[in-house]
Ligand binder design. Structure first.
Ligand code: SF4
Length: 287
């Protein structure tokens, strides 16, 4: 069979599902390639991660087109989920990509993860994800909420590989013991957390304090900042700025109601994410 792949919106990040599909079909003896819109395929896999990005508008010539991903509001598990990814379709990326756990114990109202993946469960061993690579981008949603996740963190520290939990860690679960464990891990760049409301700041500050005790410097800490109420986000930002940690603003989107960010939310996010502007001015002056 001749298989075509379309990564609809992944221009800065490899698509794990497509990498697994590529490997699965190659193991079946099929040919797999990025789609050429002038050619005919037996089957085309079209994967979309975000609901708000535009869909493919050019004609796809295929006997069968299989769409998948959160961007199409399709949350089912991939039929070949156990297949290891074929990194050769994204030669520009050198890290390993994957998950150690799936799901989350929490039910934040703006988040799609509990609906998509359910509660937390063990998923993979870090060595399976690494496939011999020395660095890994791990996309777990709440690794600290899982016993398996904590065991994997111990293993990561022992292996001395470098990792990035790019979805952030849950600051409420950073005990003294967890902070010590996190301090032993080699991070690609940052230890990431999130603060989505003012109420979440307290637990973040406690987590930072514990990490500091084990030698983690604030410039190594990165905090996702959900921007819904701009005044609330600005208050959180001021706290982070004072500490010298790195905030990254993300505007709120309601996936169900398709509510897009307001102009003020977008301006605030721009202000925070332009580091030179953020460091030089306060939001009140910038606005
Ligand atoms: S803790 Fe994170 S992953 Fe879990 S429900 Fe809340 S936002 Fe989603």
């Amino acid at each position: 069979m001749k298989i075509g792949l379309i990564d609809v919106d992944g221009h800065h990040f490899p698509n794990l599902a497509l990498m697994k599909l590529a490997n699965y079909h190659r193991q079946q003896g099929d040919t797999v390639e990025w789609i050429n819109h002038l050619e005919q395929y037996n089957k085309v896999y079209q994967s979309k991660v975000f609901t708000f990005t535009p869909d493919v508008s050019t004609v796809v010539q295929a006997e069968e087109i299989v769409k998948g991903g959160t961007g199409y509001e399709m949350y089912g598990e991939l039929f070949c989920d156990d297949t290891e990814p074929d990194y050769s379709i994204y030669p520009q990326y050198t890290h390993a990509y994957g998950f150690l756990t799936r799901g989350c114990v929490r039910h934040c109202p703006w988040c799609i993860v509990p609906k998509k993946e359910g509660s937390i469960r063990a998923y993979r061993d870090v060595e399976t994800v690494l496939q011999g690579r020395r660095t890994a981008i791990l996309m777990d949603n709440n690794v600290l909420a899982s016993e398996h996740g904590l065991q994997q963190l111990e293993k990561i520290a022992d292996l001395k590989c470098k990792v990035d939990f790019n979805q952030g860690l849950d600051s409420r679960l950073v005990t003294d013991e967890v902070a010590q464990l996190l301090s032993k891990i080699k991070w690609i760049r940052f230890i990431r957390f999130a603060t989505d409301t003012l109420a979440a700041v307290e637990s973040l500050l406690k987590a930072i304090e514990k990490l500091n005790r084990y030698g983690v410097k604030n410039y190594r800490i990165f905090v996702y900042l959900l921007v819904k109420d701009v005044a609330d986000a600005n208050e959180r930002c001021k706290v982070l700025k004072k500490l010298g940690v790195n905030p990254f603003a993300q505007t709120y989107r309601d996936y169900d109601k398709n509510i897009l960010p307001t102009r003020e939310q977008k301006r605030f996010a721009w202000y925070v994410n332009q580091k030179a502007v953020f460091k030089a001015t306060e939001w009140e002056d910038y606005r």
